[in-house]
Design a protein around this ligand. Structure first.
Ligand code: SF4
Length: 294
């Protein structure tokens, strides 16, 4: 088969940069004991690969030994947890600069009395980090959750009177459609109700990759989205592509899962292969080589 891989397939720049820095640090300080605080990316095979390389992943501070170096991953961290880590360990902050920028904007707006509204997943590590930079904060994950937040912010203004200052931003991997729908809902309340500051913090790399994948799918006989099922960005990519009518789309974690589907793939056909932002190149390459051999 001919395999088509979009330009932005695989690790996004934030994750590539974190990976490079970890291995650079290991090389520079061979004896260093490295611990990533939380999953560096949502891919269990990659976490196992890091373990093999001597880079451990921990979920609790209590599992980190004295003298270790702690990595703050690309999603960023709750600032209180980060302060606690810095009090006990040497910390290397590998938060993606785009995520850091959102945190700084939230912090600056919260200091000016803005209520913060984040479009994203409440329990996502990036959102938890964003929330820790805000004072009053609401997270909206679905359109239906917007109206109660609008009503609540309209009704309760600690400073008294209207308009209410509201800062709207998004988790960097949130859906653009959802973000735009939420911004419109706040705008629809009218200028006398909210003094809105809108920061479009959705990652342009994710956006470009989604658009490019949709375009390329039109030309493919079959599409494979590659990623761990626990990855929000991989699931979102799959939902987006499979929602459009056309040739089949499959969501697979690795080559073994693809083979287990027992698909009747057309030899000489075209396969579109898209690795999510948290899928390592070694998994993508395995699948590409297999498809090319058909
Ligand atoms: S998806 Fe974008 S914002 Fe998020 S870590 Fe990757 S490059 Fe950074």
């Amino acid at each position: 088969m001919t395999v088509i891989i979009p330009e932005h397939s695989g690790f996004c720049p934030g994750v590539s940069n974190a990976e490079k820095n970890i291995f650079r640090l290991k090389k520079r300080e061979p004896g260093v004991r490295l611990f990533v605080y939380g999953y560096l990316i949502n891919n269990r095979k990659y976490i196992a690969f890091l373990e093999e390389q001597g880079v451990r992943t921990v979920e609790s501070m209590e599992d980190i030994p004295e003298g270790a170096v702690v990595i703050v991953r690309t999603h960023g961290l709750d600032r209180n947890e980060e302060a606690a880590l810095r009090g006990r360990f040497r910390v290397v902050d590998l938060t993606c600069p785009k995520v850091k920028k959102v945190q700084n904007e939230i912090d600056a707006h919260a200091r000016q009395g803005y209520a913060v509204v984040i479009v994203g997943k409440e329990d996502h590590p990036e959102t938890r980090g964003h929330k820790s930079c805000a004072g009053e904060c609401s997270v909206i994950g679905r359109v239906e959750e917007c109206a109660p937040v609008v009503d609540r912010l309209q009704a309760a203004n600690p400073g008294g009177g209207l308009p209410r200052k509201v800062f709207l931003c998004a988790q960097t991997t949130a859906s653009r459609d959802l973000f735009e729908a939420i911004v419109s809902a706040f705008q629809a309340a009218g200028p006398g109700i909210f003094d809105l500051s809108v920061y479009d913090s959705i990652c342009p790399v994710t956006d470009r990759k989604e658009r490019e994948s949709l375009r390329l799918r039109k030309d493919a006989d079959v599409t494979f989205v590659v990623g761990d099922k626990i990855s929000a960005n991989a699931s979102k990519l799959y939902r987006l592509l499979s929602a459009e009518p056309g040739t089949p789309v499959y969501f697979v974690e690795d080559l073994a899962e693809l083979k287990s589907l027992g698909l009747d793939l057309p030899p000489g056909g075209k396969a579109l292969l898209i690795a999510s932002a948290s899928t390592p190149a070694f998994i993508e390459q395995d699948i590409a080589l297999y498809l090319e051999s058909l």
